[in-house]
Design a protein around this ligand. Sequence first.
Ligand code: ZN
Length: 302
Amino acid sequence: MTGIAVIAAATALFMLLGPAEKTIPGPPYSHYRDSPSPMRLIQVLSGHPRAERRERVRLALGQASIDYFEQSFTVGKFKGINLIADVGGDEGAPLLIYFSHFDPVPGTPAANDNASCVAAAIPALVRLKRTPPKNLRVRFIFSDGEEYGFVGAGAYRKEYGYENVVGVASFEMCGIGDAIGIWDVTGPAVDSKLVRALRLAADGLDAYHGIHGAVPRFGSDHRAFAGTDVAAVGVTLLPESDEETLRSYVDNPNNPVWALNFMRPIIFRTYHTLEDIAETIDPVAIELTTGLMVDTANILDR
Ligand SMILES: [Zn+2]
């Protein structure tokens, strides 16, 4: 390699690996509207502030002919709106709740956390609408304020309660990896119908899955149901090869080794940073998540 080639290679590497300096807003909604796909939805959500993301989720639901209702709430200074879409059995049927929060950590692109799971949920709704569960109602909550302490999920629980709820799964970071992590499997979630169904669904999709107990530092919307008798878990995609690193990260988040970004589990290298961009997302992971949402509901319906 000549000197110039070395410099060029080093520059390319820096551009590839160097830290982003600011969040670049994704394309206008028309980019998705004209040719809808989960990847395009992630692109049009990425880098936009909370209210704009919410508006784009509304538009995407409308475009897919999904009926939904809105829950406005105020918690302290936080004003939010959850978007809620039901599919399947009628009002009194057992209820399975899927959360996919749309709000970003302010100023970050928030592609994997959590545009990815929103983008997986919309095709799941479409598929379930086509062949709806009969004995089960599936409620998809596109929640607001997750990054502010699960306030949208908390407001949901406060207003609607949890009678009839067979399980709550909060989908978090659905866009990186080939394996499914089911976490916070503790209390009523242990040996629950929900966790059994998620595992069966993962097996049916030929996807490796791992179960993890309580995760102290990191939470998600399902935590709003802690202390109840409802099985409530988080669901996250990860590279199977990264399983051990991820387990030790969540079990011991204060280990100084994690200050080195490249030592962290892959999904946490971009988490809540300017690097959480659409380019890191694998459409195959999104498809797997969609399949998991659909198949878990169908298993619970039987
Ligand atoms: Zn999140």
